[in-house]
Design a protein around this ligand. Structure first.
Ligand code: ATP
Ligand code: MG
Length: 202
């Protein structure tokens, strides 16, 4: 089984995330994509992140009905700062037969060398690097020294194309705080839940 892991804060999930996941599922022929909300994302310490239960609930509303998509509680249940290397190692130990893909944007590829144990990450999973239309193409040179030439080639062949959607969770939170419309930025059920609970009102 070809399993895609898509990590993020998802505070809240939006159509940019969903289209990225679906583009990877289709183009990398993934059998499943696990959305992996971070407990405490290493790069977002300092900002108050919504509680995990809320982020998971919004994710479940967003992916409802997609048979290949699910939400994993692995990082949330582990707690503490979420490191991708720990997550991939845990998944590999549980499902040794699965071929793992790590979904990421071209910008994240540049940052990957600064993550904890990048070499090990690239051994455990093939990066499925998403190129957004109109943005610079992924620079695989960024990881060339951290991966074997054979695996680098596989990573390059796994590049995924997607249309650009200029949507971010930050923008959605700011809009919610200002009482502005969230329609068509995230699935209706997510939008309704944010509104009903008064999330991100500040
Ligand atoms: P924030 O604004 O709080 O940083 P975000 O919208 O960037 O949130 P994250 O949870 O940080 O969402 O993103 C998880 C992953 O999704 C990241 O790898 C990010 O590059 C990717 N991503 C976020 N927004 C988009 C988008 N509009 N199109 C494609 N990928 C996206
Ligand atoms: Mg972000």
């Amino acid at each position: 089984m070809r399993l895609g892991i898509f990590g993020g804060t998802f505070d809240p999930v939006h159509y940019g995330h969903l289209l990225l996941a679906e583009s990877c599922r289709e183009q990398c022929r993934l059998d499943a994509v696990w959305f992996m909300p971070a407990a405490a994302p290493p790069h977002k310490i300092g900002r108050a992140v919504s509680d995990a239960a809320t982020r998971i609930e919004l994710l479940q509303l967003a992916i409802g009905g997609h048979e290949a998509f699910s939400v994993s509680r692995l990082e949330v249940d582990r707690g503490g700062v979420s490191y991708t290397v720990d997550t991939l190692a845990a998944i590999q130990a549980e499902q040794p037969e699965a071929e793992l893909f790590l979904l990421m944007g071209a910008d994240t590829l540049e940052d990957l060398p600064n993550w904890r144990e990048p070499r090990r990450i690239l051994e455990l999973a093939t990066p499925a690097v998403v190129h957004r239309a109109g943005s610079p193409a992924p620079r695989f040179e960024a990881i060339a020294e951290l991966i074997s030439p054979e695996r680098l080639k596989i990573a390059q062949q796994s590049q995924v194309e997607m249309p650009a959607l200029g949507i971010s969770s930050t923008d959605i939170r700011q809009r919610a705080a200002a009482g502005r419309s969230l329609r068509y930025l995230t699935p209706r059920a997510v939008e309704k839940c944010i509104e009903a609970r008064g999330l991100y009102r500040g």
